[in-house]
Each structure stands twice: as C-alpha cells, then as structure tokens.
Design a binder for this molecule. Structure first.
Ligand code: ATP
Ligand code: MG
Length: 429
C-alpha cells in the first residue's frame, strides 16, 4: 500500500479483536466513577494553542516539542489536545460551573495527541481516562482519587503489579524558594550536568530532578531536598493524605524526585507505576493544581486530578493474562435458515426472541448457503448453540436446537417456547 494511504506512525487502529478488551476496561472504569459520584464531561479534541501554552507551561516537554499545532483557515493557531486538564478547566470556567465554590467531580475519556517517538506503550495518538475535582482543597479528596484507582486495580486483578509513588511539591511559594536553592546548588556544579539538564536549569529547574543521566543523578544526591522546603500548610496536607492511605490500607512509597512534567501542579503529586511494561512504566499520574484556575483567568479554585493511559493498562492486562475469559465469545446463538420461506420466518422469530431477551447475542445467518457452509459459520462464530430452521421445522413451527460446544443432542423447540428455553441455557452478561 502506498505510504500516504497508511495510518500515521504512532496512531493506531484498534481492531475488532482488541475492542472487547477496551470496552471491558472503559466500562469498568466508567461504572466505578459513576459509583463514586463523578460525572462525565466531554470537551472538543481541538483547542486554541494558547490554552495549552498558558496552562501546561511554555517550557514543558509537551509544549516545547510534543504538540500537534496548525493554523486553521482563519489563521488561528489550533492544537490537538495533548492532555485533558487544560480543556476541562477551560470548560468549567466558560460555563461558570465552578463559580461560588461549587464542587465539581468530573471525568473524561478520549484520544490525546503528542508528537513523541513511538514505541511500546508510547504513541502519538493515545487514550486517557481522567478525573478532575474542583473546589475541594483537603487531602480527603486526593485520597479518594487514589482509593478509587486502587479499587480499579483490584477489579482488574492487577493490584500486585502496580506501585504508588507520592510526593508533595508544596505551594507555589515554597516551590519557588526550593527552586532558588536548587538553581544555586546546580549552577555551582554546571560542568557535571548533562546538556539537557543544563538547559532545564535555566527554563524549568525542577525537571532536572527527573533526569535519567547517571552523572547528573550523582550530582543530585547532595542537592537540597524539596521536603525540607515544604511550607507548613503543605506538610499538614501531605500528612493528612498519608494518614488516609494508611487507614485505607494502600501501600505507597515517597519519591522525593517525583516532580511531574507539567508546570501546574502544587502539593500532592502521584504516579502509579509498574515494572511489567518496560520503560513506559507509568500507568496513571496526577496531582493537585490549586493555582491553575486562577492562572487561566478564573477565581482561585482548588483542583486535583489524574489521568490514566488506556493503551498501557490494556497492554498490562494482556501481559498479566488478566483478560476475562468471557470476552473471547461474542455470539451466544447462531441462527441458520434454509430456503426463502425459512429465512422470512427466521427473521420474525429472531426479532421476537430479541424482544424477550434483550441481552441475548443472537446472530442470524446472512448470505444463505448450504447446510454445511452455514454450520461452518455457526461454529466459527464461537456461538454456544445453533438454531436450525428448514422446511420441516417451518411446517411444524419448531426450530432445531443444537449445542455446538460439547455434549447434548439436537432437539426440537416450539417457536413459542424458544425464548424461555434460551434463557435457561445462555448465561447473559
Ligand atoms: P511519561 O513520563 O510516560 O511521558 P507523562 O508524564 O508525559 O508520561 P501524563 O501527561 O501524566 O504523562 O499522562 C498520564 C498518563 O497518560 C501517563 O501516565 C501514561 O499512562 C499515559 N500517556 C502519556 N503519554 C502517553 C503516550 N505518548 N502514549 C501512551 N500513553 C501515554
Ligand atoms: Mg510524556
């Protein structure tokens, strides 16, 4: 196929073999969020570029080198959203739904776009489910976000494979004081820093803590510690969060180098990481951003949230063999009909059965075919049972009912009794 007719590198089709697992994952998360009282919000995929520059920060990896930005026909600079928080904040401000201290517990799902080097677990179009909570400033809500993700890992069967890392960045003022101390310390050791870190020291010094370079890491061992610069309010907040996680029995480790890539965080930051995915180990990340709404032109409004990467979690379910068995079967019953009169009867019979059993996965043979070919299709569909409707069955107003997996003889079932019979032998999801 010519290159121009292929999908863009790092942007993937999700094929029918994979969608059941995606839907299972998305459905599980959606149900959980409903149960905790979060309401879904849907934002556009494209926003003004300025929105992301203002919220994420000019000197972050995302804004500096990862955004898909283009001019539209009016000459406006637009960007495919690289994450969800900025647009969510824009939306709540635009609609005034956080005004007067109104609490909002929101969630969203959808594709995000970043121009990164594609590799396993890292793509240019990827998908996130995220939560954002506004107007709650206590550690109780930070804890709730973590508790609900912990419950999710439990439901998915992957708790043993994830680890919670926590840190507190303090208030903006505390962070500024720490930044000064860090810059002073690192500037005196400039020649020992890698090139990237030297650059970051000028633009976004906290990100130096994130370096993978061993020499720079060695320098950092004696660097000032963020924890020593925490303001009292942030310290108490962080203690409150830890006490709640302890009470809920959720294990965590404090990672003093966890600073997150985005500018807008304050106080709590956290990541759920796994060692099952190689280098792309963070499956869910978030934190508090009490200054962001104001920074974007709103009244001071505390906020906290997280986003999880669906591709990475789907990969993890596969790697850990946690794909539910039930997902492999998409059809319960396959209806074969032979001859035109039988086909007409099959259609009305199947519609009657669907009326009575709305959850039954009933596939009706399309494209006619011989006895042999229809049976082959029935078997290939994965159905548990085949229903057979030919001239004889038509005359007697019955269907042949044939188990396709394992034991049981074929039997005749009266049309009127068919739904009740299927209800007893097909366990409906
Ligand atoms: P990383 O350090 O892996 O680049 P990040 O800090 O840039 O992650 P966030 O912006 O916090 O990521 O996004 C939240 C989650 O979204 C990540 O933890 C990850 O699971 C997922 N994610 C981020 N970027 C990608 C990507 N390019 N491809 C697939 N998933 C991604
Ligand atoms: Mg990134």
């Amino acid at each position: 196929m010519s290159k121009s007719l292929q999908a863009i590198r790092g942007m993937n089709d999700i094929l029918p073999e994979q969608t059941p697992l995606w839907r299972y994952f998305e459905g599980t998360v959606a149900r959980l969020l409903d149960n905790y009282g979060y309401r879904q919000i849907r934002m556009p995929i494209v926003e003004f570029t300025e929105l992301f520059k203002r919220s994420i920060g000019e000197v972050t990896d995302i804004v500096e080198k990862e955004m898909y930005t283009f001019d539209d026909r009016n000459g406006d600079s637009l960007t495919l959203r690289p994450e969800g928080t900025a647009a969510c904040v824009r939306a709540v401000l635009e609609h005034g739904i956080t005004g007067g201290g109104q609490v909002q517990k929101l969630w969203y799902i959808g594709p995000m776009f970043r121009h990164e080097r594609p590799q396993k677990g890292r793509y240019r179009q990827f998908h996130q489910i995220g939560c954002e909570v506004f107007n709650l400033d206590g550690p109780d809500i930070d804890a709730e976000l973590i508790v609900l993700t912990w419950r999710l890992w439990g439901e998915l069967g992957i708790r043993d494979a994830v680890k919670l890392e926590l840190n507190s960045l303090g208030t903006a003022e505390a962070r500024a004081r720490y930044r000064d101390a860090l810059v002073e310390f690192l500037s005196a050791r400039l020649e020992h820093l890698d090139e990237d870190s030297q650059r970051r020291l000028k633009t976004n010094p906290l990100r130096v803590l994130d370096t993978k370079n061993p020499d720079t890491q060695a320098v950092l061992v004696d660097a000032p510690k963020l924890a020593d610069y925490l303001d009292e309010e942030s310290r108490v907040h962080f203690e409150g969060l830890k006490a709640r996680l302890d009470a809920a029995g959720i294990p965590y480790v404090i990672n003093p180098k966890l600073v997150r890539g985005l500018d807008y965080y304050s106080k709590t930051v956290f990541e759920w990481v796994t060692d099952k995915l190689g280098a792309q180990g963070t499956v869910c990340a978030g934190g508090r951003y009490d200054g962001l709404v104001e920074q974007m032109g709103g009244k001071p409004t505390p906020g906290v949230g997280f986003a999880m990467g669906i591709e990475r979690l789907v990969l993890m379910l596969e790697a850990l063999d946690k794909v539910p068995q039930a997902l492999s079967r998409q059809v319960d019953v396959y209806l074969c009909a032979f001859g035109e009169a039988a086909e007409l009867a099959a259609l009305s019979l199947s519609e009657r059965v669907r009326d009575q059993l709305p959850n039954l996965r009933l596939q009706i043979n399309a494209g006619a075919g011989s006895f042999k070919s229809q049976f082959k299709k029935a078997d290939k569909s994965g159905a548990l049972y085949a229903l057979i409707l030919g001239d004889d069955e038509l005359a007697q107003q019955v269907v042949g009912f044939k188990p396709l997996r394992g034991q049981g003889e074929q039997q005749s079932i009266a049309w009127d009794a068919l739904a009740a019979h299927l209800a007893t032998c097909v366990v409906q999801g």
